[in-house]
Design a protein around this ligand. Structure first.
Ligand code: C2E
Ligand code: CA
Ligand code: CA
Ligand code: CA
Length: 278
């Protein structure tokens, strides 16, 4: 048995090395991804449940490297955090998303909200508010059409965080709590912060048709959110049955593969022109 264990270890080692090597190459190449214009954004529609209208899109970052191919966002975002590349990456994403939104408006498409993911460390960075201000000015983006998606982990009740939320509100941008319900501080966040929107995590949506607990929790989050004047978005909606149940629960917005996967800017502008998903 010992012999076999040894062999198995010897067998797995090259794989581990390969993974470490892959990570190393991701790290090395990510540093120049922005300058080399290897990043792009795809957009996933957010749909109003009762009308079927697209009222917004979420910008999701993609990285295509000539040798590495498509690197998963979860992989390169984590790497960017680790090697201190999140600041330039966030700035690139914000500018690209706002430029796109402004271009769509100039082309006569109906106004929609542009949602951008912001990592906690960036959100809490002391330059973040001035970055937003700068991007709004530089791109001509209407503040009320920009929505920042932040996870609950930014929500602590210390003064620093509260003032960031307040300053962003003063600029007029919208704020959404992403992956709502999965973190620890949901209730504290709702008590202290002025957020516009709660985004119910896919974790609850996934088994809502078969798990009564998920159903109960979703219904409770929707009711509570509405009583606090928050809009509710459900993420990861994949089936008609989920869509209908969310509609019954009074959820106003949904996002997920049922409606559309994240798609290229060209595909989105075609979809927006019709304001209909095909
Ligand atoms: P997230 O913000 O929770 O985004 C939702 C993820 O779920 C996206 O994965 C989206 O493509 C995927 N998704 C949407 N609808 C469905 C569905 O119906 N079924 C399934 N199975 N998946 C669905 P993606 O694009 O791979 O992004 C993963 C995560 O990477 C995001 O999670 C976000 O945390 C992060 N991320 C992506 N782009 C950015 C960015 O520009 N900045 C930052 N800070 N994070 C980003
Ligand atoms: Ca998000
Ligand atoms: Ca999520
Ligand atoms: Ca997330």
């Amino acid at each position: 048995a010992k012999e076999r264990g040894k062999n198995r270890y010897a067998f797995y080692q090259p794989q581990l090395t390969e993974q470490a090597e892959y990570r190393f190459r991701v790290e090395q190449n990510l540093r120049e991804a922005v300058e080399k214009q290897q990043l792009s954004l795809v957009y996933q529609p957010q749909v109003e449940l009762f009308s079927g209208n697209i009222i917004g899109v979420e910008a999701l970052c993609r990285w295509h490297h000539p040798q590495l191919g498509e690197v998963l966002p979860t992989e390169f975002i984590a790497t960017a955090e680790r090697i201190g590349m999140m600041k330039p990456l966030t700035e690139w994403v914000l500018k690209a998303a706002c430029n796109q939104a402004v271009a769509w408006k100039r082309a006569g498409l109906p106004p929609i909200r542009m949602a951008v993911n912001i990592s906690p460390a960036q959100f809490l960075d002391k330059y973040f508010v001035s970055l937003i201000q700068y991007v709004l000015e530089e791109t001509g983006m209407v503040p009320t059409e920009l929505k920042l998606e932040v996870t609950e982990s930014v929500v602590q009740t210390d003064q620093q965080n509260l003032s960031i939320f307040r300053e962003l509100k003063d600029l007029g941008v919208l704020l959404a709590i992403d992956d709502f319900g999965k973190g620890y501080s949901s209730f504290a966040s709702l008590k202290h912060l002025t957020v516009d929107c709660l985004k119910i995590d896919k974790y609850f949506i996934d088994d809502m048709l078969v798990d009564r607990k998920s159903q109960t929790l979703i219904a409770a989050m929707i009711d509570m959110g509405h009583n606090l004047d928050h809009e509710i978005i459900a993420e990861g909606v994949e089936t008609v049955e989920q869509y209908q149940m969310l509609q019954q629960f009074g959820c106003e917005t949904a996002q997920g593969y049922l409606l559309s996967k994240p798609v290229s800017p060209d595909s989105i502008s075609k979809i927006l022109k019709l304001n209909r998903l095909t």
